[in-house]
Design a protein around this ligand. Structure first.
Ligand code: HH2
Length: 261
């Protein structure tokens, strides 16, 4: 999954794609490099970010969704109004970082459309989530949350086989908690749905490399962490640098296949 943020303030590619033609060109390049789907977002959810109105979000993403309507698209939004418009334009996946807690109308909009849905874990809200993340056991709490949100989505009419789950790396978690979630990812995989993971360029990777104030992880560190997640069962990787991930994950998959009896 290639990340296409149409925002001025995303933590690693903010401002890169504000011009729709630049965004569309980036998206097409990611597809050429092997992305299976593009995740288009018009609102940053980085730590400290403020939310934007549905109108502003739509203004940012619509020209890009229109320009890429012939490709596989995901819409990264928590708002039903944005999701509905994206779905009308052919988006096939709704990526909701609030796991259907942000907008009471989103579940119905997804259910009605028959689109895929990603439910992600987040403790708190982006503006304050990194202030003091608190867990007894981060992995079992994230797993229990995702299980509950999956049941909720199904109750609201979303077909279970269309849902993927995401532990929400960097969303209300310390760097250690993020790494533990990857280390014990099999516990999330065991919920029985495909697991999507967004490690790309996250600050925990910079911290793991010994940079205490780093806010953006390198692409090499992102690839390493993605392969570790692949080894533990992740199947969808939300990434900025598509080519390096596609090549690394193809190699990791080839090794895995060679080990089969
Ligand atoms: N991470 C970000 C945004 N959306 N969606 C899912 N499912 N999983 C993630 O880990 C995830 C996500 C944050 O990364 P990015 O889009 O690069 O930055 P920003 O939120 O600043 O736009």
């Amino acid at each position: 999954m290639g990340v296409l943020n149409i925002t001025p303030d995303s933590f690693s590619d903010g401002g890169d794609h504000l011009d729709p033609s630049a965004a569309i060109a980036s998206g097409r390049r990611m597809l050429e490099e092997g992305a299976a789907i593009l995740d288009v977002g018009g609102e940053s959810t980085r730590p400290g970010s403020r939310s934007v109105s549905a109108g502003e979000e739509l203004e940012r993403v619509l020209p890009v969704l229109e320009g890429l309507h012939d490709t596989a698209l995901s819409i990264d939004t928590s708002k039903a109004a944005v999701a509905r418009r994206a779905l009308e334009l052919g988006a096939e996946l709704v990526n909701d970082v609030t796991a259907l807690r942000g907008d009471p109308e989103l579940a119905g909009a997804v259910a009605e459309s028959g689109a895929y849905l990603c439910l992600m874990h987040m403790q708190g809200v982006p503006e304050t989530m990194q202030a003091a993340p608190r867990y007894e056991d981060v992995v079992s709490e994230v797993a229990a949350f995702l299980e509950e949100r999956l049941a909720f989505a199904v109750e609201q009419g979303v077909r279970e086989e269309l849902v993927c789950l995401d532990p929400g790396i960097g969303f209300g978690k310390t760097p250690e908690q993020n790494l533990e979630l990857v280390n014990r990812l099999d516990e999330i995989v065991s919920l029985g749905r495909p697991v999507l993971i967004g490690l790309s360029r996250k600050s925990s990777l910079a911290r793991a490399l010994g940079s205490p104030d780093g806010t953006v992880g390198s692409d090499a560190a992102s690839v390493g962490a993605a392969v570790a997640a692949f080894d533990r069962g992740a199947s969808i990787f939300r990434v900025h640098d598509v080519r390096s991930h596609v090549e690394a994950l193809a190699a990791a998959a080839a090794v895995e296949r060679a080990a089969l009896p």
